[in-house]
Design a protein around this ligand. Structure first.
Ligand code: GTP
Ligand code: MG
Length: 202
């Protein structure tokens, strides 16, 4: 799919103020600093559409972008950042869970996982919660460029082994690098295939 236009629409703290759910929507979530905003920029070929930062905790709102005037991409705040005060973390948590539970046009959530790290409890618990709530998601390993081929394959292999202990069927997985723009075609193709299904459910 060709990305012709990508525009910022609005930032919100409450899903109720988000754009009317009249178009298909895809959201990026994951721990702080995992590379959500960077991957959105790589996907839409913009350097700075979604704001990125080397310091965790950059994205603090629900940010809507409209692509090709046809569908939305959403950049969400990261979770699990220890330096954010507890009360704010609780607010983030509520904001994100309300959004995920109520956004009727959310076709698929991209759960980003840093390819360099071992499976983390917080990601596992989050994906368990998604499954419990029947929120469709796929896993996206990020920052693949920071690892050699062998190490990358080893990390993803051990991630799968860990997940197989509790998951009957593994979610779909993509491997990406925002730096090298790898994996973005797969994401765009997935979106292209899902978009027509939105017409069917409204
Ligand atoms: P929050 O908004 O704070 O939750 O972070 P985020 O998940 O949006 O991460 P962001 O895109 O801001 O990226 C965090 C840092 O990781 C930045 O310094 C990026 O340049 C870097 N980064 C993101 N993706 C990649 C990647 O694929 N490869 C490399 N090498 N660095 C990356
Ligand atoms: Mg961000």
């Amino acid at each position: 799919m060709k990305i012709k236009t990508a525009k910022f629409v609005i930032s919100n703290t409450d899903y109720k103020s988000c754009p009317a759910p009249k178009m298909a929507e895809y959201a990026f979530i994951g721990r702080s600093n995992v590379g959500k905003s960077s991957l959105i920029n790589a996907l839409v070929n913009h350097k700075n559409l979604a704001k990125t930062s080397g310091r965790p905790g950059k994205t603090q709102l629900i940010n809507h972008f409209i692509i090709n005037d046809e569908w939305y991409l959403v950049d969400l705040p990261g979770f699990g950042y220890a330096k954010v005060p507890k009360t704010i973390r609780a607010e983030f948590h509520d904001m994100i869970s309300e959004y995920l539970l109520n956004r009727t046009n959310l076709m698929c959530l991209f759960v980003l996982i840093d390819a360099r790290h071992k499976p983390q409890a917080i990601d596992q618990e989050f994906m368990n919660w998604l499954a419990e709530k029947s929120i469709p998601f796929i896993m996206i390993f990020t920052k693949a460029d920071k690892l050699g081929k062998v190490e990358l394959a080893k990390n993803i292999g051990s991630y799968k082994v860990e997940m197989k202990k509790t998951w009957e069927e593994l979610p779909q997985m993509f491997v990406t690098s925002a730096e090298k723009k790898t994996g973005t075609t797969e994401i765009a193709n997935l979106i292209e295939n899902l978009n027509p299904q939105f017409e069917e459910i409204i």
